[in-house]
Write a protein that binds this ligand. Structure first.
Ligand SMILES: N[C@@H](CCC(=O)N[C@@H](CS)C(=O)NCC(=O)O)C(=O)O
Length: 219
């Protein structure tokens, strides 16, 4: 049985969890939290900085959410691949996966990390810069999503998997402006997809962990 290390509230673990659900793959979940120090110790050995998700398949260890999703496409489940088999189509899917990770999820994470620090260690400039990145990303994504159903090649792919946690959390912490209709409609489509709705529901009891709760994540 596949083993996956993660945390039900963690964005990059969500990516893998959504892929596992889309492909209907059974797995053993290994929680990374202070109550399970053995799991933190294991990923401390397996991943360069002890980050998760980490997938263990027999002797094979795969790290990095995108690599894990590609690995699942190749070796587990029989749904259509989440990274298109066509190499030309795969370019757009990988491009959008990186955009959601790097220009939506990453600045939001910087805001979250800042908010959970002791007050005297907070960095207002870093927050201003993160918000500016999100402002620009939201506007760019509005243009990109205008006329599209899914973020890459008009099929559900790794790009949409990356978008789900990124836009769920970013809108919660720093709302998408109301006039960005295409982006709002896309986010709604994502939240309604069964694999994503289930991941969000399972994480609901942990919502108190999010420090930027000024807005309704389902709004
Ligand atoms: N690029 C990595 C990012 C992984 C990442 O940032 N994971 C977070 C949890 S979602 C984490 O492990 N944070 C704790 C840490 O870095 O110590 C991926 O795509 O898997």
């Amino acid at each position: 049985m596949l083993k996956v290390y993660g945390h039900p509230f963690a964005a990059f673990y969500w990516k893998v969890l959504i892929a596992l659900r889309e492909r209907d793959i059974p797995f053993q979940f290994l929680m990374v939290d202070p109550d399970h120090p053995e799991n933190a110790a294991a990923i401390g050995r397996l991943a360069p900085t002890g980050q998760f998700p980490v997938l263990v398949d027999g002797d094979r260890v795969v790290i990095e959410s995108a690599a894990i999703i590609e690995y699942l496409d190749l070796y587990h489940g029989d749904a259509p691949p989440l990274v298109p088999a066509d190499r030309k189509a795969a370019i757009e899917a990988r491009q959008m996966d990186s955009i959601f990770d790097d220009y939506v999820q990453a600045p939001l994470t910087r805001m979250v990390l800042n908010a959970i620090r002791d007050e005297d260690k907070r960095d207002a400039l870093a927050v201003t810069e993160a918000k500016s990145t999100l402002d620009r990303s939201y506007v760019w994504l509005e243009r990109w999503m205008n006329g599209r159903e899914w973020a890459a090649n008009d099929t559900f792919t790794i790009a949409d998997i990356a978008a789900a946690p990124a836009l769920f959390y970013s809108h919660w912490g720093y709302p998408i402006p109301r006039n960005l209709n295409a982006l709002h409609a896309y986010r709604k489509r994502l939240l309604e997809r069964p694999s994503i709705a289930r991941v969000i529901e399972e994480a609901r009891p942990m919502r108190h962990l999010f420090p930027l709760k000024e807005f309704d994540p389902e709004g």
